[in-house]
Design a protein around this ligand. Sequence first.
Ligand code: ATP
Ligand code: MG
Length: 137
Amino acid sequence: IERTLSIIKPDATRRNLTGKIAAKFEEAGLRIVAQKRILLTRAQAEKFYEVHAARPFFGELTDFMASGPVVVQVLEGEGAVLKNREVMGATNPKDAAPGTIRAEFAESVGENSVHGSDAPETAAQEIAFFFSGLELV
Ligand code: ATP
Ligand code: MG
């Protein structure tokens, strides 16, 4: 059974949307098997998003991700990676399908409420970035 890494971003924790977003995952059949609330340093945010280092929005993105607490989660279910991305909706909330998390809650393409791994291989790396084996059952 597949697992993926989810982050509830600072714009969403700030607006007290953690529970509403978690409910969307659970309603879609994803199980939250690990979860914690942390404050990333700028350096940790840069490491996590290093694939985007050359993008023009990298500074904005990493500043934002370090601007307040995030809730990191491991979600489990059949086809969890794809299912999570369906529930999140398109990166830009203007393009996100009705009912998706980003359509309902995201403020802009930068402050878009959630992150989800984009493939099973990146999911494994991203889960290991945030969680130790002891935290995963
Ligand atoms: P994520 O990786 O956060 O799940 P994604 O896979 O939908 O989102 P990516 O292309 O991987 O989108 O971009 C990573 C993040 O960078 C986006 O979620 C968004 O917060 C930010 N981002 C992407 N494009 C822009 C942009 N044009 N301007 C500002 N921020 C952006
Ligand atoms: Mg991505």
